[in-house]
Design a protein around this ligand. Structure first.
Ligand SMILES: [Zn+2]
Length: 267
């Protein structure tokens, strides 16, 4: 498989501090030549852009505040994100959304920070990189408030079933699939949904260092996931979509180029 794009990798995570060049080289050796580094706070988004700036044409980044960090979202944070989103290497607003599974920030605070970032994406002409866990109804309501102003976006690490999938496709979202689909215990809903994802709406991501594909043999020491494992996601996803891995690989690469404008943003 050639030319895969990992649209969500947390390469600013401390677990990559000592060997990031090797990680990127290993990914390329496995056909993963372009990676979008997820930003989860203002500081992490600035660090993600710094990584992208050092590796043109290989790394890009996103700028946003994860729902876990929603309490830090204030006017200064928003101004910082707005500045980052003017940079052509910053190709999406987010990671932003709602997480009622962990509830690390009060829900009202999460909803406000999320709605502000949806506005920010619309104003800056960038697609959204979206996180949702156990908050489907509120999440959908905030996106639908935008009506026809809603930017394009990806429901990153989609793990739900066919009903939630239909809601997201309805509002034009792309669907980000991670190694969750390799998890025999947790992926029942997702595997049912996978058969209903149109080829022109699907994206691939590892969410590294999280969500190590459960079927990797042997499991790497430390259980750190990395972009080189993306082909495992393609193989599992293709089986549940009912297409060949090549068809899914090509479609996801094209979709990522279209959604994030990667060709236009190359520098
Ligand atoms: Zn997430």
């Amino acid at each position: 498989m050639a030319g895969l794009i990992d649209v969500g990798a947390n390469l600013t995570h401390e677990s990559f501090r000592n060997d990031l060049p090797n990680v990127i080289e290993r990914a390329a050796g496995c056909g993963v030549r372009r990676i979008i580094v997820t930003g989860t706070s203002l500081a992490a988004s600035e660090a993600a852009l710094a990584l992208a700036a050092a590796r043109p044409g290989v790394l890009w980044s996103t700028a946003g505040v994860h729902p876990h960090a929603a309490a830090e979202y204030d006017a200064a944070t928003e101004a910082g994100l707005r500045t980052l989103l003017r940079d052509p290497r910053v190709v999406a607003a987010g990671e932003c959304g709602l997480d009622y599974h962990r509830d690390y920030a009060p829900r009202e605070v999460q909803r406000t920070a999320f709605a502000r970032q949806v506005e920010l994406a619309a104003a800056s002409g960038r697609p959204l990189f979206l996180h949702q866990r156990d908050a489907h109804a509120d999440f959908l309501a905030i996106l639908k408030e935008q009506g026809s102003r809603l930017p394009a976006g990806v429901a990153h690490c989609f793990t739900n079933g066919p009903a939630e999938l239909a809601d997201y496709l309805d509002i034009g979202l792309y669907i980000g699939i991670t190694g969750w689909i390799c998890d025999d215990r947790r992926a029942t809903d997702l595997r049912a949904a996978a058969a209903c994802i149109p080829l022109d709406r699907v994206l691939l991501e590892t969410d590294s260092p999280y969500l190590l594909p459960k079927n990797l043999q042997p499991a790497p020491r430390g259980r750190r996931n990395e972009p080189a494992n993306l082909p495992e996601v393609v193989l599992a996803l293709a089986a549940y979509m009912g297409h060949s891995p090549e068809v899914v690989a090509n479609a996801t690469t094209r979709n990522a180029e279209v959604l994030f404008g990667l060709n236009a943003a190359e520098h």
